[in-house]
Design a protein around this ligand. Structure first.
Ligand code: 4AD
Ligand code: MG
Length: 440
């Protein structure tokens, strides 16, 4: 097959849609992921962001300049290739491109990330390039489907998205983990959670969620901690704790199903055990903190001390008992936040919930019913030694039409890591910020 100069260029296709073009000649635009050459043949693995396909350049079928130029191309050179889309059972995409024309846009030399193994520090320093690798590509596409799935879920449930500010004058989740930033002639803090504002929004709109970056100056060096991460926080007027627990399990089940439907090839790249995801169905198991404490105390491998928050090994012991996420309620009030409502049935505990993912991934959601009584909330603010003036606006929500209400916060990167089967949350955000790094 030859293409004479002057013929109009074939339609531009993307690799994920090649099936629509079987047997036709198309233009693909992308980057050279890998290449092998055998005499009169070049095999180019071309990636275009939507997928990867093998492009075959047979010397006698392409202009000589193109054959030579591709032969000289290094990894990540940018290319525009034209050719026929041919079904090929052996190809992962189901197709290959039999190239007839095209050109090299830029010949890249010395691309630093080669198919050999690199250390994580090397890769993190080159995150701007590392994102092009197959595994990172797959994770980012899972993340995208998780975000879209979450937004679809809340939209279908009648929620209004109403976002909270990033600059805040005060703390929500404790003063020790705040990033302070200059704000003209005063200082501000980067938000740790949009919750307090989401509560105000819920009193205006009924069912709301906010979704944005949140910041924690935690000195945590674990695989679960970022200093900047995305949190989705629904807040529902007139809902009690049990209501938002149902919301949380429905949300997680919905999103897992969406990812299974829309990102199966990516999950296969990640070698995710799909049976484990297919098992995620409502209802999720529920335990109180006291019940969970009994289980841990009976376990010889646990160093758990009743009254403390669970450590990562404790969470693993608990979650390994189930094939679905576990919801633990009624933590001791001392280890939880000032805004959580006490359980009238067990007043030294809170009406709160943590959801632990399966396979030992730990907490993915934290939430609670909120204290809706003005005097009790004032007392909590004093007990926690928080400055009352800073919370006057929040207290107004209890002065004017206070109602029972509840909500939770979902850590996006932890959910993505769990669904994608990725150990470390730093691979679950495009440009991770941790205590060690904010470059690139
Ligand atoms: O449990 P947290 O601290 O809850 C709150 O901030 C509440 N105000 C949310 C609410 O009720 N609206 O955080 C919620 C979730 C955690 O379950 C976890 O998934 C994630 O946010 N998270 C982190 N993810 C990555 N890195 C960190 N440093 C995180 N800290 C919390
Ligand atoms: Mg928490």
């Amino acid at each position: 097959m030859t293409v004479s100069p002057g013929t109009s260029t074939p339609p531009v296709a993307t690799i994920d849609r090649l099936a629509d073009f079987a047997g036709r000649t198309v233009t693909l635009r992308g980057w050279l992921y890998n290449k092998s050459s055998k005499g009169k043949l070049h095999f180019v693995q071309l990636r275009d962001g939507s997928g990867m396909v093998q492009c075959v350049l047979f010397k006698k079928n392409v202009p000589e300049e193109l054959f030579d130029a591709v032969g000289a191309c290094g990894q990540e050179s940018s290319l525009i290739l034209e050719g026929e889309v041919v079904a090929d059972e052996r190809a992962p995409s189901g197709f290959e491109l039999q190239v007839s024309g095209g050109h090299v846009v830029q010949n890249a030399e010395g691309y630093p990330i080669t198919p050999k193994e690199h250390g994580s520090d090397f890769l993190l320093s080159r995150r701007h390039l590392w994102l092009r690798s197959k595994r990172q590509w797959a994770i980012m596409r899972v993340r995208d489907a998780v975000i879209t799935g979450l937004r679809r879920f809340f939209d279908e449930q009648g929620f209004v998205c109403i976002d909270s500010p990033m600059f805040t004058p005060n703390a929500c989740e404790g003063t020790s983990t705040l990033f302070e930033v200059g704000y003209f002639d005063r200082s501000a803090f980067l938000t740790q959670s949009g919750q307090l504002y989401a509560e105000a929004s819920a009193m205006a709109m009924g069912k709301v969620y906010c979704f944005g970056p949140t910041f924690r100056a935690e000195k945590s060096k674990t695989r679960r901690h970022l200093t900047e991460f995305w949190m989705l926080e629904p807040e529902v007027a007139f809902a009690n704790l049990a209501d938002v627990m149902v919301l949380a399990e429905d949300m997680v089940t919905y999103v897992v199903k969406q990812v299974l439907e829309r990102r199966r090839p990516e999950l296969e790249v990640l070698e995710r055990d799909l049976a484990k995801l297919e098992a995620i169905q409502t209802p999720f198991p529920r335990l109180t903190y006291a019940e969970a404490a009994d289980i841990l105390e009976a376990d010889p491998d646990s160093e758990f001390v009743r009254g403390d928050d669970f450590g990562a090994p404790d969470e693993t012991i608990l979650s390994n008992r189930y094939d679905r996420p576990l919801m633990v309620t009624n933590y001791p009030a001392e280890v939880k936040s000032f805004y959580m409502k006490r359980d009238p049935e067990a007043p030294d505990t809170c009406l709160c919930v943590d959801m632990l993912g399966t396979e030992g991934v730990g907490e993915i959601i934290g939430g609670s019913q909120r204290e809706d009584d003005l005097d009790l909330l004032l007392a909590r603010i004093r007990e926690h030694e928080l400055p009352q003036e800073a919370f006057e606006w929040y207290l107004d929500l209890r002065r004017y039409g206070s109602v029972p209400h509840s909500g939770f916060g979902l850590g996006l990167e932890r959910l993505v890591g769990w669904i994608a089967g990725v150990e470390h949350v730093r691979e679950c955000i495009p440009f991770p910020r941790t205590i060690y790094r904010m470059e690139p």
